[in-house]
Design a protein around this ligand. Structure first.
Ligand code: ADP
Ligand code: MG
Length: 661
């Protein structure tokens, strides 16, 4: 087999950009395209006007003029209409050696009105044929020119002609009128017209969606772990008795979610379910019931929280909810004393403890369970993929129930998360909360007026900052704490992620009791804290928070049913991004907007793993395509049965990749 390049230098540059063979080369899609369709030369071009002109180099090109860090090549051009302009090119000394007097060239550039010259962006020799007017521009490492890379690409297409296997079944291609995949890549790299390029991109997008969904369908198949045959059944009367004793009626959505979990726990397969719903929609209560279901089959359960403060709160509310005669709940934290820890570990190993609440310490090596069968993960997206995986390694037969307060539309969740079952809480337990959202500049006096009003009503005030340290009064929690302490002496307390768990707990207790009714905090308050009489929250430098985080923060106030105020402080740059929060209170909608702004990887905490980073797809605007691809992938799997194996790693051939040969 012929290597695609013999030059070690080119090989080095290609490998640097992740190109190892012809397939990975053609998959490096252009960053943008330059359009070389000629523009007529206007009689009075405006400043920065984009022009594409055909002309002849008039006279010899002078040697480049050098400046400290730059060099300039200048040459005159006689246009086809007889006009004459000067062209300037920065840092392109090579032009002086490749362009000669009399050469016909097509130049693409921007008009510099004050100096009356064309500032060159790109130049091509001769007249550009109509089917070559669109020219790809790639992101290339320093030292690799577009021309060299494109020549290499041409060799790659030659190389792939024989061995390339199209991963899209012909039936699907016909159904959506997609181009054969290799043709689509060719058209994307060397477009012959705008229309064809559009078609190619549509085909490649679909391909991406299809392969992604195929992976999900296959993974789902693998993940469907069978429950052990002799697992104990749920004592349903006992469960019903407990629900009857609750101080309130479950919402319909909560009932539905609990029923879905019950079905999962009674099915022959291990549960793998996500519960999503806005802050305050009652997820915690549902998870308490799911833990109780598990308790009613005589097994241990674990509730995993992302912070110690939240773990403590869960511990308290579970203990209270279950009462003395219910399951024994224990707390396991990283910062516990050795004695406390020893006792807890012993209770878990002996089976005396039924439910453990904690941070990821719950799944550390030294923790042994008598019979752990259920893991509930709160705010699952706060845990990294690795931590979530560690959770599964505690037992193949552990049912997994995850919760997220960043709800996304069901169809989207299925498309990007297809291997999870989903329950959603749309409605709120006690009607709608009444929270007014306001957007102020930093110097607006209404902010402190709101603080004084809240204090006068004996309500709590959250002040949230993005950073811990620093002297910037717009974002440093410590500096904001200092200033509020001057304004409201003795009434302010600070909680940041850097403080010890016990210090945070102390601060929160003092806040909860009303001893210090103002809490200045970093995002530690984002998750879960339930302080009923909090009526005001002020978020500093709000545009630096994700929209869905802000929406979660907003859910922390007004829990007493009275009117509450949510103040976003921002300079005018951030105002546009924040405006959706002023208009909408729908967590599903807001997270959709977030998804659009940030991309899904970030949102699901999977960015590092690259799980959800699409090259072409936008999971929000291309949702339809993802859904179609999902249906196609499922249909294909059903048709092909267990043997189904598609050429996901296509372009199969024996031996090594030719580039490395
Ligand atoms: P989430 O975890 O989704 O933010 P929680 O489970 O903390 O929501 O519920 C918010 C508040 O509503 C809690 O104080 C909880 O006790 C209460 N709550 C939950 N479900 C109901 C219900 N069905 N009826 C009345 N109050 C409820
Ligand atoms: Mg909660």
């Amino acid at each position: 087999m012929m290597p695609l390049t013999k030059s070690p230098r080119l090989r080095y540059l290609l490998e640097k950009m992740g190109v190892f063979d012809s397939l990975s080369a053609i998959e490096k899609l252009p960053r943008r395209y330059e359009d070389f369709s000629l523009t007529p030369m206007p009689s009075h071009p405006s400043d920065k006007e984009r022009l594409v002109l055909l002309g002849r180099v008039d006279g010899a090109i002078r040697r480049p003029v050098r400046f400290k860090k730059a060099s300039l090549v200048r040459f005159p051009l006689v246009l086809s209409n007889g006009g004459r302009i000067d062209v300037e090119a920065w840092n392109r000394d090579y032009l002086a050696s490749i362009l000669k007097a009399g050469d016909e060239v097509t130049v693409l550039g921007k008009w510099d009105l004050s100096r009356r010259v064309l500032s060159l962006v790109s130049v091509r020799k001769g007249k550009v044929p109509p089917q070559e007017t669109l020219k790809a521009v790639h992101s290339l490492p320093d030292g690799l020119s577009e021309a060299v890379f494109q020549k290499f690409l041409l060799r790659c297409f030659e190389d792939l002609k024989g061995p390339f296997v199209d991963p899209l079944p012909p039936s699907i291609r016909e159904k959506y009128r997609l181009l054969p995949t290799l043709d689509a890549y060719r058209e994307a790299q060397f477009p012959t017209s705008r229309e064809n390029l559009f078609k190619a991109m549509r085909s490649l997008k679909y391909l991406e969606a299809f392969l992604y969904e195929l992976l999900i369908v296959k993974r789902k198949d693998m993940d469907r772990l069978k429950r052990p045959l002799h697992e104990r059944k749920i004592d349903l009367p006992k469960f019903k008795e407990f629900v009857k004793g609750l101080p309130f009626e479950l919402t319909d959505d909560q009932k539905k979610a609990v029923n879905e979990a019950y079905k999962d726990l009674s099915s022959p397969f291990i549960m793998y379910r996500l519960l999503q719903g806005d802050v305050g929609s009652g997820k915690t209560l549902v998870s308490a019931l799911v833990l109780y279901l598990n308790y009613c089959r005589g097994y241990q359960g674990a509730l995993l929280a992302p912070t110690e403060a939240l773990a403590r709160q869960h511990f308290e509310s579970l203990s209270k909810l279950y009462g003395k005669n219910g399951p024994k709940v224990v707390l396991l934290l990283g910062g516990q004393s050795a004695d406390d820890r020893r006792e807890t570990l012993q209770e878990l190993a002996s089976g005396e403890a039924d439910i453990v609440v904690g941070t990821h310490a719950v799944f550390s090596k030294g923790v042994v369970y008598a019979a752990l069968h259920l893991a509930v993960v709160d705010e699952q997206h706060k845990f990294g993929v690795a931590q979530r995986l560690a959770l599964f390694s505690k037992g193949e037969t552990t049912d997994v129930y995850m919760m997220s307060a960043t709800p996304i539309p069901r169809s989207l969740a299925q498309a990007v998360y297809g291997d999870l079952d989903i329950s959603s809480l749309h409605s709120f337990p006690s009607g709608k909360r009444d929270v007014e959202t306001l957007l102020y500049g930093y110097h607006d006096s209404r902010t402190q007026e709101a603080v004084r009003a809240a204090l006068a009503e004996n309500r709590r005030v959250y002040v949230v900052a993005k950073e811990i340290h620093g002297s910037d009064p717009r974002r440093s929690a410590e500096e904001i704490f200092r200033r509020y302490s001057l304004l409201y002496p003795g009434k302010v307390v600070l909680a940041t992620g850097e403080m010890d768990a016990s210090e945070i707990e102390e601060a929160l207790a003092s806040f909860r009791k009303g001893k210090t009714p103002i809490l200045v905090a970093t995002q530690v308050v984002e998750v879960g804290l339930d302080v009923k009489d909090a009526g005001l929250m002020i978020v500093y430098d709000a545009s630096r928070f994700a929209l869905s985080s802000l929406h979660q923060l907003r859910g922390r106030i007004g829990r007493d049913g009275k009117k509450a105020t949510f103040v976003l402080l921002s300079d005018s740059d951030g105002a546009e991004k924040l405006s959706i929060l002023l208009k909408s209170d729908d967590g599903f909608k807001i997270s959709e907007e977030d998804l659009r702004l940030r991309g899904p990887g970030d949102m699901f905490g999977t960015k590092q793993s690259g799980d959800l980073s699409f090259a072409l797809l936008d999971p929000v605007s291309d949702l339809k395509m993802l859904s179609y691809a999902r249906a196609d992938a499922i249909a294909l799997k059903e048709k092909e049965g267990d043997d189904f194996e598609i050429a996901v790693g296509y372009a199969e051939r024996d031996g090594k990749s030719p580039l490395l040969a």
